[in-house]
Design a binder for this molecule. Structure first.
Ligand SMILES: C[S@@+](CC[C@H](N)C(=O)[O-])C[C@H]1O[C@@H](n2cnc3c(N)ncnc32)[C@H](O)[C@@H]1O
Length: 963
């Protein structure tokens, strides 16, 4: 068959996608990721843009409609505008924007169907009234299947990991099944008006989750509330703390109990004393509201008190009993060091304990820090769990940092009171299920098919299962906060108990906060559940299916559009980490999904990650990963729908970049190798910066891509073999055009080299093999080197497009940067470039003094410069004045200058690519950032320039220029 090139095989508005993706990371409420934690999720913005661009035709695929390059470019920009709107967070549920995108997808689909009407499997593959379904075989947290669903596709998500499977069920499978139904809870039934309102999407389901969640919370309080008593502010407390007088006699609700782990002192004089391992004694650091713990030594005993105000020795208080990084502490009684080996030995011998350091309570619009009391310590010890998650923690201590400290079972990560709370709540999931079932039946409006959810039911039984899934998520979210690995954050804006998985690891912690599960503050059950309820509302309404499948062997992709994000080598130990949730999920949901939770732990052996401990060493792990990935990719190449490319995310580790070109690294080319060996050719590579990196400006300037989207097509069976010479010749023909294309699309200079790999690899992978002079196949790594060389040459050729002064400056700059050099050398160079040093000085870009010359830095350039009266205007001069103005006055000021420059400004943007590449090679990071920044600001600058009335320019311009 013939296929039409898709937009993603030609161009993408990367900057808009990057900005939206980075912004999304700071959105917490209502983001589908808050449904349940998963590691290394892809931003929805990127997922949506990629799926859209892999489904709509590139205008060049319709030369009959878009006859000229310009017409195609114009159409591409129209599609870009759609993507730019589509990726915005606020448009997530904007039906008009989504529908416009769906219409484009349908239009391309209709063309495809018309063209393939004679295809032998046309009926099955090219039904003009039915879009193909979508599949992600490494679905994880479900961003990609969710976005496919939102774009109007029926969506399939598979993953090896049962936790991920349930997340995907909750995201794409369950909500559409019950969309539009009113809630079944008795409260809603009582309020008839409520029942009569329309319940769009998953609103009814979310209402039930909230209602039954509240019932669970109240019931749990009835059962175990006695373990969470309030604290009375006593006269004794108020005597030493005048700030407490106001609360005297009052009982304050506890937010959290703060504990320190303890070991017996290594000092023989205090061998019986369990001394605290506290990483800090500071409780609150907000200026004027500081609070801290102070240990009081009394003979061979110690106690803790809590003080407010600044400590007398802030450094000591800040460090707690910690001596240095890692597990190095000192004995609070004697100052004797406690080594990490000693701590490990003590904890392994079961001699690590806990001691209450402080209690955080809810005051009147403030947190009140109180000293520990015996009663509070005793009540915590009263908790006696009937069941514990005694599952061994698997994995390496690199990620599972608790293991060297004898924490080998998940049960050891929780206090007894936390286990009692979690078991109580997960038991209540079962009880609540029965209640939902009975309420749904008594309501009588849901046809009863008597089938549970896992058998495809949609009646009362399945609905009761569905509600219990989200309630179980509430328990899982709580486990992330009700764990002894959660520290108390004492930052001014963040006085709270943090959650376990701040990163993809289980790191050891020393002092920790134990949340009051019934408080009104962060980490309580209802707050955790609210995140779940809110994110249900983000789900789609088209059918979705989530199932467990091993990507090595899955058969779900057949005839489907595929976009996927496989694990990246050994970056995240998904299966090891997810056991943390599996133990609770299994307890809450085993009857709901008996097959998924059949095993005691998450399956590990088939997981496509490269861990030495699972595969007898490094080499074994690498071989397993490569072979497995090739096999999984092969499954995709064989099955995917023939009209669409497959898109694959590859997490790019910055530390891996290969100095010189920044584009080749071992992980990257072995991954590419697997993809190619699996029978794919690549038709695009798109670098994306999807992570938030501090300041926005930094983020949009020099940060390297955090992932690369690989665009692939199954390679034709009859692909030819080429010689190295033929390969290079093809590169020389095709790369310059591709490069110009990328530049035309305003790709950030920092992304240019990685993006250009796409067209280069497209040439390489078009052939079955490329043979070198000795007849040996050229490796991916060798091909990448040749691609980078050709890219450099193509960029260098662009130099010829610039004026003589700029060409001189480029060569000089390459040698000297903005530093001084010899006049003689400069003069010599000027001859070969057909210019003269005196002219360059007159041109305003160079200073020449005492036999030395140097280029002027942007900040040194004449602030009163006016391009309209400049008689020796060079591109170099334009670039550096633009940088000067941009840095001093922002995009608005640069726009005024661009308006004056008119059409000449465009050449300045082109020079930036060359300058960026040169600075990058020479490791001149600051200058590189400036050139990259100018290109990235270009769309906004030109937009503003378009708005700038020419008549007003000089006045406004001068204003900005008085620096
Ligand atoms: C990078 S994550 C996907 C993240 C996802 N795109 C998101 O945004 O949340 C990779 C996923 O591959 C899954 N996985 C690993 N080995 C697998 C296998 N053999 N078959 C299917 N899935 C596997 C892991 O469980 C993990 O969820």
């Amino acid at each position: 068959m013939t296929y039409k090139k898709k937009l993603i095989e030609v161009a993408l508005p990367l900057e808009a996608i990057n900005v939206a993706s980075a912004r999304e990371k700071s959105i917490r409420h209502g983001h589908p990721s808050t449904l349940h934690l998963w590691w290394a999720r892809r931003p929805l913005a990127a997922a949506r843009a990629v799926i859209f661009a892999q489904m709509v035709d590139d205008p060049s695929a319709h030369p009959d409609i878009f006859k000229t390059e310009e017409a195609q470019e114009q159409e591409r920009h129209r599609l870009f505008r759609i993507i730019e709107e589509l990726v915005k967070w606020e448009n997530n549920t904007n039906e008009a924007v989504l529908q416009q995108a769906r219409d484009e997808i349908w239009q391309s689909w209709r063309y495809t169907c018309a063209e393939n009407a004679a295809h032998p499997r046309a009926e099955e593959l090219f039904n003009r009234d039915k879009l193909p379904a979508f599949h992600d075989p490494f679905a994880g947290g479900g961003s990609l299947p969710l976005e496919a669903q939102r774009l109007g596709l029926e969506s399939y998500a598979t993953d090896l990991n049962p936790v991920a499977v349930v997340i995907n069920k909750a995201m794409i499978e369950i909500p559409p099944k019950f969309a539009g139904r009113p809630p079944v809870n008795s409260e809603a039934q009582r309020q008839k008006a409520q029942m009569d309102q329309t319940w769009a999407g998953a609103q009814g389901l979310a209402d039930d989750v909230r209602y039954y969640g509240k019932w669970m919370r109240d019931e749990a309080e009835r059962r175990i509330g006695h373990l969470y008593p309030d604290v009375e502010v006593t006269a004794d407390m108020a005597r030493i703390r005048p700030d407490l007088k106001h609360y005297l006699g009052k009982r304050l609700k506890v937010i959290a109990w703060l504990w320190a782990r303890t070991v017996k002192s290594p000092n023989p004089a205090f061998a019986q004393v369990e001394v605290p391992l506290a990483a800090t004694f500071m409780l609150a650091t907000k200026p004027g509201k500081e609070a801290y713990v102070e240990p009081l030594i009394n003979g061979d005993r110690y106690s803790f008190t809590v003080k407010v105000g600044l400590p007398t020795d802030p450094e000591t208080t800040k460090n707690g009993t910690k001596l240095s990084r890692g597990a190095n502490f000192q004995c609070v009684m004697s100052g004797v060091p406690i080594s990490s080996d000693y701590i490990k030995a003590e904890s392994k011998a079961g001699r690590m304990g806990t001691r209450l350091m402080a209690i955080v309570t809810e005051g009147e619009r403030e947190r009140v820090y109180l000293p520990p009391t015996e009663e509070m310590e005793a009540v915590a010890r009263e908790a006696k769990p009937m069941w514990k998650p005694d599952l061994a923690i698997s994995g390496t201590s690199q990620y599972l940092g608790v293991k060297p400290y004898g924490m080998e079972q998940f049960s050891q990560l929780f206090t007894d009171r936390q286990i009692v709370a979690l078991t109580t709540f997960s038991d209540l999931v079962h009880e609540v299920r029965d209640q939902v079932l009975s309420d749904a039946k008594s309501l009588g409006t849901i046809p009863d098919d008597s089938r549970p959810l896992h058998e495809g039911g949609t009646g009362p039984a399945a609905y009761a299962d569905a509600v219990s899934v989200y309630l179980a998520f509430g328990v899982d979210r709580s486990a992330d906060f009700w764990c002894s690995l959660c520290i108390w954050a004492n930052q001014p804006k963040n006085e709270l108990v943090t959650h376990v998985f701040g990163r993809q690891a289980l790191p050891m912690t020393w002092d920790f906060g134990e949340v009051n599960v019934f408080s009104d503050s962060g980490g309580n059950f209802l707050k955790n559940l609210e995140y779940v309820a809110k994110s249900i509302l983000m789900s789609g309404s088209l059918p979705g299916t989530a199932a467990q499948a091993d990507a090595h062997t899955q058969a779900v992709s057949a005839g489907k559009v595929v976009s996927t994000d496989p694990p990246y080598y050994d970056n995240v130990p998904y299966a090891d980490l997810s056991d943390f949730f599996y133990v609770w999920m299994r307890r809450s949901l085993k009857p709901t999904f008996p097959d998924l939770f059949a095993t005691l732990a998450v399956p590990k052996a088939e997981e496509l990650v490269a861990f030495s401990y699972r595969h007898a060493g490094k080499a074994g792990a690498e071989a397993f990963f490569l072979d497995g990935m090739t096999q999984a990719m092969h499954r995709l190449a064989e099955q995917t729908h023939p009209a669409f490319p497959v898109t694959i995310y590859y997490a790019f580790k910055q530390t891996e970049s290969d100095g010189e070109s920044g584009t080749t690294n071992t992980g990257w080319d072995t991954f590419l190798d697997a993809v190619i060996r699996a029978g794919f050719e690549t038709t695009g590579t798109w670098p994306m910066r999807t992570e938030r990196q501090g300041r926005m400006r930094q983020n949009s300037s020099n940060a390297l891509a955090s992932s690369i989207i690989l665009v692939c097509r199954p390679r034709a069976a009859e692909a030819p073999t080429a010689t190295r010479r033929e390969f290079v010749a093809a590169l020389k023909v095709e790369l310059p055009a591709a490069l110009a294309h990328l530049q035309h699309g305003n790709i950030a200079p920092v992304d240019l080299a990685q993006a250009a790999i796409g067209p280069g690899m497209a040439v390489y992978t078009r052939y079955a093999r490329v043979l070198d002079a000795e007849g040996k196949p050229l490796s991916v790594r060798q091909a990448l080197v040749l691609i980078n060389q050709t890219l450099d040459e193509a960029l260098a050729e662009q130099e010829g497009d610039f004026d003589a002064d700029s060409r001189w400056a480029l060569t000089w700059f390459e040698q000297n940067g903005f530093a001084e050099g010899d006049y003689g050398v400069a003069e010599q160079l000027s001859k070969s470039k057909n210019t003269a040093v005196a002219g360059l000085v007159e041109g305003g870009i160079l200073v020449s003094k005492a036999g030395k010359v140097r280029l002027l830095k942007p900040a040194e350039l004449l602030a009163t410069w006016d391009p309209t009266t400049d008689t020796r205007l060079s591109v170099w001069e334009m670039v550096h004045h633009l940088i000067r103005v941009l840095e001093a006055g922002g995009e608005g000021a640069a726009a005024v200058l661009v308006a004056k420059l008119g059409s000449r400004a465009e050449t300045a943007r082109e020079l930036c690519y060359l300058l960026y590449t040169l600075c990058e090679r020479k490791k001149r990071a600051n200058e590189a950032m400036a050139y990259n920044g100018l290109v990235q600001s270009w769309p906004e600058i030109t937009r503003l320039a378009g708005e700038t009335p020419r008549a007003a320019t000089s006045g406004t311009y001068d204003m900005f220029d008085q620096e």
